[in-house]
Design a protein around this ligand. Structure first.
Ligand code: 5AD
Ligand code: SF4
Length: 452
């Protein structure tokens, strides 16, 4: 029987992390398999799906606003539907459930992080019965990876290896909306990875909230280092992973950086704070000293590795001295990139209970000082590649200038270079080219292609 969605158009708006982006690829795959066509704007879409994030308050407020204003967006001419269907999924869907449909009367469907596969059924129910359809599950019964996918790029794939998180960092909402950590059996991961390699995928990124503890629930011990070795053996050109928790980063995984040719020399290792007192309050379960020792070992195993991190400024009770500990850590490590966040209070987390009367301007000033340092250090970190030759996986053209190709180096730096004479971007997308770097800026390298 044809789905009621056959012949419709849809668009997916995604907020937040790579896990959400990957879930969106599954949503696209499912709707396409039912005969719906993906379009890029809300105006053209009969079905609009929001894949939401509630890690910080700003995205939360934006989502409610965006869905509210959609009430007045008219349906496209020629639509087979009488009214546009709007669905909210992801972390806000999971957290707020029926509260969303109660508050927003023109919202049709709410689903959560554990029941992606239910979306087509919920949309059809809302359509056929002209009602609001809400379904939230407490935990997952299966990995969304068994669903069809419409990957954003043909040369790159995200591959979830764990879902959920058991860490309960005191500021973080993720364990409440993504549930306890569950690992996917290694054979399933390797099977999917082999299919990608056979289909011409060049780069696989293993995904999880804390990939380092992969396998603990299945095998009684983390098996991430072993998974990396097996992934390397299937013949993928570039292997990456995100995100990893310092407390679970083992010596074996660190060694893999020095020995596995496909494992790219780039590690995102969120530190969150450089102050031992704040780290304890955050329930991170490592110290500044332990973190710095990890950095030392990683660099010993792979001297040219690029490091990035996440930092929260203004955790409740953070003093100037605490902040300076973070500042000095950033100065000492010399990250290639730092994702900086101002602390955002999340109801239901333990940190939301901590009294704090630090003025907003003080926190903003710390944040600005940190950003300024991060930029200076990123510029410095890139200088080692000035005049070097780097391998670049081409992704497309530069946003500002379409005569320049844009790609990523092994260290995940953005690289720009003029398209070689007589070569079109379509011939290069998904291919690895060698670039002679002439300039190293704060956020990108610039050079010319020496071999295609
Ligand atoms: N406030 C600010 N930043 C947060 N993060 C997680 N929760 C919060 C919060 N409540 C940041 C952390 C994490 C990244 C994905 O988001 O730095 O590593
Ligand atoms: Fe949140 Fe901590 Fe889990 Fe990361 S490890 S998702 S910061 S609780």
């Amino acid at each position: 029987m044809l789905s009621a969605l056959n012949g419709t158009t849809f668009c997916v708006h995604t907020f937040g992390c790579q896990m959400n982006k990957h879930d969106s690829e599954r949503v696209c795959g499912m709707l396409e398999s039912l005969g719906s066509l993906e379009v890029s704007t809300i105006e053209e879409a009969d079905v609009v799906i929001f894949m939401t994030c509630c890690v910080r308050e700003a995205a939360d407020i934006r989502l409610y606003g965006q869905v509210q204003t959609m009430k007045n967006t008219p349906l496209r001419e020629g639509s087979p539907l009488k009214k546009r269907l709007i669905a909210v999924g992801g972390c806000i869907g999971q957290r707020d459930g029926k509260k969303l449909t109660d508050q927003i009367k023109h919202l049709d469907v709410v689903f959560g992080t554990h029941n992606l596969a239910a979306l087509p059924r919920l949309l059809e129910t809302a359509l056929e019965n002209n009602c609001q359809a809400v379904e939230i599950l407490e935990s997952s019964t299966e990995f969304s990876t068994s669903l069809p996918t419409d990957r954003e790029n043909s040369w790159a794939a995200w591959l979830p290896i764990t879902i959920g998180c058991n860490n309960f960092c005191t500021y973080c909402i993720v364990p409440y909306v993504r549930g306890p950590e569950k690992s996917r059996p290694m054979v399933d991961i390797l099977d999917e990875a082999k299919r990608y390699v056979a289909a011409g995928v060049k780069e696989i990124t293993l995904l999880g909230q804390n990939v380092n503890s992969y396998g603990r629930d299945l095998y009684g011990e983390p098996r991430f280092a072993q998974l990396l070795k097996e992934m390397n053996d299937i013949g993928i050109e570039r292997l990456r992973f995100a995100t990893s928790h310092p407390k679970d980063l083992t010596d074996e995984v660190i060694e893999d950086f020095g020995t596995l040719p496909s494992l790219m020399p780039y590690l995102h290792l969120p530190v969150q704070s450089g102050s031992n007192r704040i780290l304890k309050e955050m329930n991170r379960r490592y110290t500044r000293e332990h973190y710095l020792e990890l950095v030392r070992k990683v660099r010993e195993a792979c001297p040219h590795i690029a490091l990035s991190t996440d930092i929260i400024v203004g955790f409740p009770g953070e003093t100037e001295e605490d902040f300076m500990e973070t500042y000095r850590l950033v100065e000492e490590v010399g990250y290639q990139q730092v994702f900086t966040f101002i602390y955002s209070k999340r109801e239901g987390t333990p940190a939301a209970e901590i009294e704090d009367n630090t003025p907003r301007e003080v926190i903003q000033d710390r944040f600005n000082r940190l950003v300024e340092l991060v930029q200076r250090k990123a510029f410095e970190a890139n200088q080692v590649d000035k005049n070097a030759r780097v391998q670049v996986l081409v992704e497309g053209v530069s946003k500002r200038d379409d005569s320049l190709l844009m790609g990523k180096s092994a260290k995940n730096q953005t690289v720009h270079a003029p398209l070689p004479d007589g070569v079109t971007i379509d011939q290069l997308i998904g291919k690895t080219v060698e670039v002679q770097v002439e300039e190293a800026k704060t956020w990108y390298l610039f050079g010319h292609v020496v071999s295609e």
